[in-house]
Design a protein. Structure first.
Length: 154
């Protein structure tokens, strides 16, 4: 029992990076956020190879679960995501990539004007009918800070 507690303690409080790939079949979720605005851009999956390549070249690299291959975001579109910082959660089984977008968008889809979307999270779920709403209008954290009144969250 003490050995397990030490391992958990090392995992949660230690300084060693011990990504827990074994928990999800060799993959970790990587939430991607714009470093400046903190807007969530996308969610991707990384295996050990994708994470190693990301750390080496400082470009967001993922494991494609549909194609079963490694891919560098932007290699085809030109919309690269430059890594500024990587955050690791308490259990070391999820990551946040804080990035500097180097292109027109982060999503592979286009808006009604044919422009790349800045985020893959461009729709919201409407309650209670559980339908998807139109393209979401994004307010960045910087824009929210400039407001004089608090945002009404109702």
């Amino acid at each position: 029992m003490a050995e397990q507690e030490t391992q958990v303690g090392d995992l949660e409080e230690g300084k060693e990076f011990l990504p827990q790939f074994q928990k999800r079949g060799g993959l970790l979720p990587a939430i991607v956020q714009d470093h400046e605005t903190r807007e969530v851009l996308m969610l991707g999956w990384v295996n050990d190879q994708a994470l190693s390549q990301t750390l080496q070249n400082r470009l967001a690299t993922f494991w494609s679960t549909s194609r079963q291959e490694l891919w560098v975001k932007g290699a085809t579109s030109g919309d690269f995501l430059e890594i500024v910082e990587i955050l690791v959660d308490c259990d070391q089984d999820a990551l946040i990539y804080l990035v500097r977008p180097r292109g027109e968008g982060a999503c592979h889809t286009k808006d009604n004007n044919g422009c790349a979307r800045t985020s893959c999270f461009y729709r919201k779920l409407n309650f209670p009918r559980e339908t998807l709403g139109d393209d979401r209008v994004y307010l960045t954290f910087a824009a929210l800070r400039k407001r004089k009144k608090p945002v009404n969250r109702e």
